[in-house]
Every structure is written in structure tokens, then in C-alpha cells.
Design a protein around this ligand. Structure first.
Ligand SMILES: NC(=O)c1ccc[n+]([C@@H]2O[C@H](COP(=O)([O-])OP(=O)(O)OC[C@H]3O[C@@H](n4cnc5c(N)ncnc54)[C@H](OP(=O)(O)O)[C@@H]3O)[C@@H](O)[C@H]2O)c1
Length: 92
């Protein structure tokens, strides 16, 4: 069994990755800031695909948020990283 860490896995492109990996039987670690949305997405993916989904509430723009994710990584092996969290800036 493999585990994928998807940052920003609760919306848009990251959620698309999360659904595809869950459908293929991978366990997931999802990292994003909004805890209620994390919990909702994790529950949907568990229910829909029977995989393990752990939700990490963390702001990856902060050292504390990165440390929170790092702490989870020391507790479980991650095989795949989708480093997706972020936003577009409408400027050159
Ligand atoms: N959509 C496009 O056309 C496009 C084009 C080029 C590049 N991209 C890049 O692709 C990635 C995803 O884009 P998207 O359109 O799918 O975005 P989106 O729908 O806004 O989703 C962004 C995801 O990242 C999380 N996130 C945002 N800031 C975060 C932070 N500081 N710490 C942790 N999680 C954070 C959000 O959850 P929370 O708000 O709960 O944290 C959400 O899960 C971005 O990096 C974007 O720059 C997108």
C-alpha cells in the first residue's frame, strides 16, 4: 500500500489528484488550512474509496505549518508527493 501526500488536496487541482489517487487505492495525507473542509473531503474520500485519509491542518506559508507537516512525516512513510498548495498572483 502506498501513501500520497497532497498539499492543497481539498480544492481544485489538488482535490482532483486526491480523488484520482484514492480511486487507485492509495492512502492519502491531505494538507491545507481550512479544517472543516479538510474533514469533509477526507470523509468523502474514505467513504467513496475505502482508503485511509489523514487530514493535516497547516498553513504551509508559515514555519509552524511546515513543522506540523514534518511531524506527521516522521510518523508515517510517504511514497508520493504532490506539492500543489499555493495560489496564483495576477502580476508578471
Ligand atoms: N488553476 C489554474 O489554472 C492554475 C494554473 C497554474 C498554476 N496553478 C497552481 O496550481 C495549484 C492549485 O491551484 P488551484 O486552482 O487548484 O487552487 P485552489 O482551488 O485555490 O486550491 C488551493 C488548495 O491549496 C490550499 N492552500 C492554499 N494556500 C495554502 C497554504 N498557505 N497552506 C496550505 N494549504 C494551502 C487550499 O486549501 P486551504 O484554503 O484550506 O488552505 C486548497 O486546498 C496552485 O499552486 C496554483 O498556483 C493553478
Amino acid at each position: 500500500m502506498t501513501t500520497a501526500l497532497i498539499t492543497g488536496g481539498t480544492s481544485g487541482i489538488g482535490l482532483g489528484f486526491a480523488r484520482r489517487f484514492a480511486a487507485a487505492g492509495h492512502d492519502l495525507l491531505l494538507a491545507a488550512r481550512n479544517q472543516p473542509r479538510l474533514d469533509r473531503v477526507a470523509a468523502d474520500l474514505r467513504r467513496g474509496h475505502g482508503v485511509r485519509v489523514d487530514a493535516i491542518s497547516a498553513d504551509l506559508a508559515t514555519p509552524d505549518g511546515c513543522a506540523t507537516v514534518e511531524k506527521h512525516l516522521s510518523a508515517c512513510a510517504v511514497d508520493i508527493l504532490v506539492n500543489n498548495a499555493g495560489l496564483s498572483l495576477p502580476q508578471p
